[in-house]
Design a protein around this ligand. Sequence first.
Ligand code: SF4
Ligand code: SF4
Ligand code: SF4
Length: 306
Amino acid sequence: MNTLFDTLTGRIFDIKRCSVHDGSGIRTVVFLKGCFLRCRWCHNPESIDFQPQILFAEDKCTVCGDCVTVCPHECHTVSSGIHSFDRTDCMRCMKCVAACAFGALKESGSLYTIETILALLEKDRGYFAESGGGLTLSGGEPLAQPHFSIALLKAAKERGFHTCIETCGQVDFSFLEEAAHHTDIFLFDCKESDPARHKEYTGVDGLKIQDNLRRLDALVAKIILRCPIIPTYNDCPEHFDFIARFSEELKNVQEIHLMPFHPYASHKNKQLAEPYLMGDLPAPEKEQKQTWRDALQARVSRPVRL
Ligand code: SF4
Ligand code: SF4
Ligand code: SF4
């Protein structure tokens, strides 16, 4: 039976079925748009802005000119076989996206109802049951769209689905508290221990995040700590010591997951016409990642996974 909540909409930039990286078992991951942080290494730069955006893949563009014809604000131009896209006057009407037959223009951030997502979950109910999987909300920051995310978690739980939410923690605690009623596991980020460096790397000092994590732990919510490890930024003994101290202080951390840096956001920044801030920093080698895992595992009682 449909409820009023089932018709609530959220702005979503991707939905991935059959993921095995974002919680237990096989999962459907719903990526919500909008985040209060600005992590330099963000793997999903299209997730940060709350508004819909257009990704332009130059390598798919055939310079057909159809986007030029439909754009009411002359954002697209084709001249001497070269397509240019000036977003200054773009009103996000998405007419150019609809007109592009080659997939060179892609909208990031469509509206979905809870009903639509529940119908997607139903398709994988069998896989979830066999694998211990379910729904994961990710982003962006899911609780930056709190009413939608909490209603979706609630609706999914009521239908018997296992639920996870990945959060950066920079949200009003009341939203975490409410989400906890309908969430089996929190995937909670722990990015940097030093407040000044946290602010430099993400835009906020991280103290509210730490406080929220302590308060969430006190609610006996199951937590997996997710720690991005970025070479030359936070792959230092002081940060590993902090993760160890903090995780041991918390009662309900089940596991610690290290999330090694990968430069795959660079092409997305290019498609968004936004600067990529990580220069030519490469992904760490397998041996390096194992060294990080071992270094942290030696400091903590909970399992550390890559
Ligand atoms: S419609 Fe698509 S393929 Fe054609 S010029 Fe525009 S972006 Fe390129
Ligand atoms: S979204 Fe609309 S205004 Fe923006 S570039 Fe496309 S057609 Fe033009
Ligand atoms: S918290 Fe996550 S989504 Fe937000 S900017 Fe940082 S990495 Fe990106």
